[in-house]
Every structure is written in C-alpha cells, then in structure tokens.
Design a protein around this ligand. Structure first.
Ligand code: SF4
Length: 755
C-alpha cells in the first residue's frame, strides 16, 4: 500500500467511479469526521454526468456493514448444530494455514485436485483484475471455473470464432443509433451489461427523442419494455429461432447490404442454405411472435440508417446462447451495422495492448475437458455447472480443494443443493471474500479484502465494453491496514509457487511490471522500443501494485504518454489531475485492424454453427410442442446477484424474491397472489410466494436469482431476514449451451403446484 495518495480524515469531497456494476458512474462522496456523509452522482463526470442508481450511494453502508469481515477467519471446527466455528486470526497465521492445506492436498492428490472459482465481482475490482491471472498460472491447475459460464461466455465464444479473440465484443452504439433492438436485456434494472453506458435509461429515451425507435423483445414486460416503441413477448430461450428467421427473411428478400465489412466476410453464400428452413412461419410456432411481426422486424432493421441489435442475459444463459450471440452479429453484418456508427462497434480501451500485426489464428476451444462430463474448456475455463460432479464423483483428478474468489456459487450456480453438498465434501477450501456467506461458510480460511472505498479503482474490463472510449482512475477514499486483492493474490501466487507463506508480495508486483514493460520495449517500432525496463519502472506513479500495473498499461496503451514520447498522453498522474475522467471520444471503426483471424477474415462459419442450427431445428420443435411452463430469472435495480442483500437500504420494503405468474396460468394452476407455490424442476424444488402479474407472458414464470440466504453458518444478518429462495436449486446442470459451457439459467422447464 506504500505511496498511495494520503487520504485525510478531515472534511473533504472526493470523486470516484462506482465499482458496483458495469455502468461505471462517477460518484461525488462527501467525507466528514472520517466517515462518508453523503454520496451523490458526480455531475461533472465526463461519462455519467450525475447519473446514479440506488446502489451507488450504498458504498457507505457496504463500508460500514458490521457483517463485512475485517480480519481473516480460520475454521476451528463445528458446533453442536453442525455450523462452522471460525476464529479471527492475523494475516500471517491465515496464510500459514493456506500454505499447509495447499501443500497437503497437492502432495496427496496432485495439482489438478485443486480448483478455483472466480465470482463476478472480480472484474469490478482492480487488484483482482490485475492479479488473479498470475495466481491461476502459479496454481497450475486446469480446474478453473468462473461466473462467465453462468453469464456471458457465449459472447466470448461467438467473438472468438468471428473476430479471432474472445475479448473483441461489439457494443451497441446507442448514442448514435436510429434503431435500438434489445433482446433479453433489461437495462432499466441492470443499468447495462456487456455495454458500459451510465444513464442507460436516459440514453434509451434519447434514441426516441431524436426520432429513433426502440424495440424490446423479452418474455417479461420489463420497465425497459415499457419505455420502448414496440414490445414483443417471446418464449424464453427461443431468440435464436427468431434471429434465424430474421436472417432467412433478409436473404430471401434481397435486403443484405454488408457495407464496408463485406470485403472481409466469408461464408455469406453458405448462409442462405443454412437458414433456408427457418422461415418466419416456422419461427412463429417456436417463439410465439407472429410471422408478419418477424418480417416487419427484419425489414425495419434492414431499412434503418443505423441499427444496434443487442442481446444480453436472456440470450446467453440459454441452451443456444452462443448460436444466438452469433446470429446477433450475423444480423449486424448482413445489414451493414457491424463496426459502423449507430450499429455494433468495438471500443478501444486505454489499457488495450498495442501490438504489431500478427498472423492470426483459428479460435480454439476444448484444449482439455471436464473430468466427469467431458465438457470442453472454453477461454481457459470449464463449465461452472460441472463443479459439483468434479468435487463429488470419485476417481483420479477429483477436486479435493477449492479457492473461491468473490463468489457465492452455492446461490449463483446450477443445482444449488448439490453445489452446497459438494463444497461441504472438500478436504480444504480457501475463500477471498468480504462475507461469511452461503459458500464461504465451507471454507477453512477466509481472506477478506477491504471495502471498495479503501482501494484504488480502474475499470480495466468495462472500458473495453464502453459505448464511448473513457478513462477514469480513483484513489482510495480511506486508508486501510487490510490487505488489498493484489497483495492477497500476490501472496497466494507465492504460496502456489511453493515459496512459502512468508515471502513479500512485492516480488509478484515487480515481476508483473517487468514482464509487461519488457514485452512493450521488445516491440520493434513501439514508442518505448529499446528503453530500459528499469528506467520505465522508476517513472511509474506512486501507488499499490495494481496502480503501478495500470499506470504501465495506460502509458504504453493506445492513448498513453509513452513515458514521455507523447507528453499529452494518458497516465495515472494525468487521471489524478482529472478526477471526473477523460473522454477519449466516440467509438471509431476498427475492422480489419481488430481482427485476429486467419488472414484477417470474418468467417461466418468458423465455428460449428451449421450443426448448431440443425440442433436448434430439432430442439425448437420439441419446445413448441411440450407445453411446459418455463422459468426465467429477473433483475431488480436494488439487487446485484447474491452479494448486496446484506444492506437494509437495498432489501427493505416489499419482498422481491417472488414467483411471478401470469394471471391465466395462475387460474389454471389454482394459485392466487400471495400464496406459496412449489416450483419443481428435474433437479430440485423450492417453495416461493406467488405474485400474479401480467408482466410475465403466459407459459412463463419468473424467480430472481441470488437469494436463499437461510443456510446455517452464514453470517449475513440482514440477508438472512430477507432470505428468499435459491432459484438455482432448480437450474439443471444438464441444460447448458454446449458451445460455451454456459448454464441455462433461463427457460428451465418447471411444474408448479400450490404449496
Ligand atoms: S448504475 Fe451501477 S455504476 Fe451506476 S451508481 Fe448504480 S451500481 Fe453504481
């Protein structure tokens, strides 16, 4: 922590980026007597212009939450009721126990018997963004899991096949679009995802105010749908069928006009055959949207001067997540909306690595597979849905130890009951987490990082998904003695390398800087070519290990000061002088430079999409016929997966974990508003209070995920009082998108009976 800007405890106002969701809003924080007095939106923030949601101001409550862990915990046994008994220990003792446990498990069962789960908050935490990779490498195990396979992995895989990198994700250029189509996305509640756009609702309104149109396609009539010009209810999980029919109609009516990227695209001639079967009439049977409406949708996208067709969680956490994401991009490509203003564009983050042209390569998955189900690796990970089997099923390579990092898979991953059983069965477990939650209660050691206000912040991930190119850095608001994530992961890296628990984490920070800057100076023609790495390290900003890594990335990045070669360029110091952020401008076309494919081509059929279309045909017909109720999730503005339910200010009021049922289904099922109902899937059942509402379409029920805070041993007092039920007890590990390993958290077949 040495060298950070000294935070004082006297009255002051600081500006900071909110780290709680992808929107990256600027906050204005007033401090009085060493405590947060008030948090408001920063009106001068170059991106959010004062926008804030109800979660943003709760950084104060999160910081002050008495349940938030301040010291490491080591489990010393269990009480008479079987609940774990933890003892607070100092950091040295905690790391000593980690070292012993890891060494023992590795010695007895081997390197592959130790796995890691990374939860969603890691991408919002600077120290985790910079330092978990080194830890995973040091651990050397291929048993890596993350929230990506219960979320956005289809987006990475589709991008990998189309553009050569899972990181090249186009985002809707909504500030300039004429037509904004949203599928399975509810930014009025989520504030946007895989699309960083603070004030997303205002930006949607602005599309309409300037004469554009907004269309929302979703099984639920959300607040986003209410704000649209047109809302089309669609059966859950069938967006691929809709989009295949859109492509069918575009081709059949000669409305393909690829524009500038046409020169890059291969496979469009194959497309006509591949989608021939998927007529609007066929899709109408599957999706519940009339054929004429599908044709009108396709016509409108084709006719618009610009159109951004954007899908989110309802399109990715389904059985055809990757196919759906691929089809979204195919629609953008065919209508000339890929890489064009107002369409789907590629951001250019300030920390992006500038590299000389490379030969390109074929995107690969399946370099290894999960032990029990044989499911392929994607992006270096195995499906989170496979974790219970990997921990419970006997045999060579069975997971005997897990590290969970800012995650609560017992509540957020498929087959919740079995997931819980699996974590309980381990020989050892270590968690990096601020809470003793439903998952970390199984840990032998819990290592708690400090609150968000006690560490530096920079959105390495989200400025790469942003609708404008933005850069903004925040110093810690309060000083803290706690170890930040970068120091925790540096220490774990050292332990995983077998160097013991006593080595200095600064060794890892130093090595990271050497590797990062060493790669830069080795690039012929780069502005820092042939400079001495030592000299560059000496010039880095004061701050923690992560801050110096970010400074190195910014300074050698596309807008960087290049250590003096471009004096007006970016650096942490420059961002410190600009506490409201720096706007680097609207997105600009990047094809072909962004492509990392063989010969810089966009091959529509680089992945197994012909086969996947055939599978869609078979499965979709089955769905259309089975007449079963389908369960979907939903997002609430005051909730964020499982981890923000311990803040009274966010959970008070009407219970939110209700089972939403359409009135016609309620009548048929014999259930009424307020009663409890049993919801059953193939793998489990829960009892939830019923909320009868027109906001879900007939045939669909909805239960939010991230709830179920009533398990013994967790220490989240507020969450326990608002426990709700764990919807992921119903999530079926057999139902995944096979191309990405992503769990189908949506469109789960269920039965409902009165409790
Ligand atoms: S929208 Fe997201 S980034 Fe903005 S204040 Fe709310 S939680 Fe924070």
């Amino acid at each position: 922590m040495g060298g950070m800007t000294e935070p004082s405890t006297t009255d002051r106002t600081v500006f900071r980026t909110c780290p709680l969701c992808e929107a990256t809003c600027g906050l204005q924080i007033e401090i009085r007597d060493g405590a947060v007095k008030r948090i408001r939106g920063d009106r001068d923030d170059v991106f959010s212009s004062g926008f804030i949601c109800p979660k943003g101001s709760t950084l104060k409550q999160l910081h002050e939450d008495p349940d938030r862990l301040r010291k490491p915990l080591v489990r010393r046994g269990f009480d008479d009721d079987g609940a774990p008994v933890f003892e607070e220990v100092d950091w040295d003792e905690a790391f000593r126990v980690v070292d012993e446990k890891l060494a023992a498990v590795r010695e007895q069962h081997g390197v592959e018997s130790v796995g890691v789960f990374l939860g969603n908050p890691n991408v919002h935490i600077l120290g985790a963004s910079t330092h978990t990779r080194g830890f995973l490498k040091a651990l050397g195990s291929r048993s890596r899991f993350s929230a990506s396979t219960v979320d956005q992995m289809p987006r990475h895989v589709a991008s990998g096949y189309l553009y050569g990198s899972g990181a090249s994700m186009p985002v809707p250029d909504m500030d300039r679009t004429d037509l904004f189509v949203l599928l399975g996305a509810n930014p009025f509640a989520s504030n946007g995802s895989i699309c960083t756009a603070p004030g997303f609702p205002d930006r949607i309104d602005a599309v309409r105010e300037r004469g554009g149109r907004v269309i929302v396609i979703d099984p639920r009539r959300t607040r986003t749908a209410d704000a649209a010009d047109l809302y089309l209810p669609i059966r859950p999980g069938t967006d691929a069928a809709l989009l295949a029919a859109v492509v069918h109609h575009l081709i059949g009516t000669d409305q393909v006009s690829m524009g500038r990227v046409a020169a890059q695209v291969d496979g469009s001639e194959t497309l006509a055959d591949a989608v021939e079967h998927f007529s609007p009439e066929w899709a109408a049977e599957v999706t519940g949207i009339e054929a004429d409406q599908i044709r009108a949708l396709a016509d409108e996208i084709a006719a618009a001067d610009s159109a951004a067709v954007y899908g989110r969680i309802g399109t990715t956490t389904v059985e055809f997540g990757t196919l759906t994401t691929w089809l979204l991009d195919v629609v953008a490509i065919l209508t000339g909306n890929l890489d064009e203003p107002g369409g789907m564009m590629f951001p250019r983050a300030a920390t992006e690595r500038v590299r000389p042209p490379r030969p390109g390569r074929q995107y690969r998955v399946g370099r290894w597979a999960s032990r029990v189900r044989g499911r392929p690796e994607v992006q270096g990970e195995l499906p989170a849905a496979d974790m219970p089997d990997e921990m419970l099923e006997p045999g060579e390579g069975r997971l005997r130890m897990m590290f969970t990092c800012a995650g609560n898979p017992v509540l957020s991953c498929p087959d919740g009951d079995r997931m819980d059983e699996a974590f309980a069965s381990l020989d050892a477990m270590v968690s990096v987490d601020i809470y003793l939650n439903e998952t970390t209660r199984h840990a032998d050691v819990i290592l708690p990082p400090p609150s968000a206000l006690e560490k530096s912040h920079y959105d390495i991930s989200f400025y790469g998904l942003s609708i404008r190119n933005i850069s903004n850095y925040s110093d810690p608001v309060f000083a803290s003695d706690a170890m930040t994530e970068e120091d925790i992961y540096a220490k774990l890296t050292i332990i995983a390398l077998g160097m013991g628990a006593d080595a200095d984490p600064a060794l890892v920070h130093d090595q990271m800087l050497r590797e990062l800057l060493g790669a830069e100076v080795a690039v012929d023609g780069s502005p820092t070519a042939d400079r001495r790495v030592e000299d560059l390290i000496d010039q880095l900003a004061d701050g923690s290990g992560s801050v110096r890594v970010v400074d190195a990335m910014l300074r050698t990045g596309p807008y960087g000061d290049q250590f003096g070669a471009n004096p007006d360029g970016l650096s942490v110091e420059k961002l410190r002088e600009n506490p409201h952020g720096i706007d680097l401008g609207a997105l600009v076309p990047r094809v072909p430079a962004i492509l990392n494919t063989v010969e810089d081509r966009i091959d529509l059929f680089a992945g197994p999409f012909i086969e996947e279309l055939a599978r869609l045909d078979a499965r979709a017909t089955e769905w259309a016929m089975d007449g079963r109720l389908r369960l979907v999730g939903r997002r609430h503005l005051r909730s964020n997966n499982s981890w923000m339910h311990n803040l009274e200010v966010l959970v008070k009021g009407k219970a939110r974990c209700t089972l939403q049922v359409n009135p016609s289904d309620a009548a048929e099922l014999g259930i009424t508003d307020g009663v409890d109902a049993v919801v059953r899937s193939r793998v489990g059942q829960v009892v939830a209070p019923v909320e009868v509402t027109e906001s879900v379409m007939a045939g669909v029920v909805s239960l939010p995920h991230g709830w179920g805070h009533d398990l013994a041993g967790a220490k989240m007092g507020v969450a326990r009082r608002h426990a709700g039920v764990n919807s992921n007890i119903l999530t079926d590990p057999n139902l995944i998108d096979p191309l990405s390993g992503t769990a189908a958290l949506n469109a789960i077949p269920v039965e409902i009976v009165p409790a």
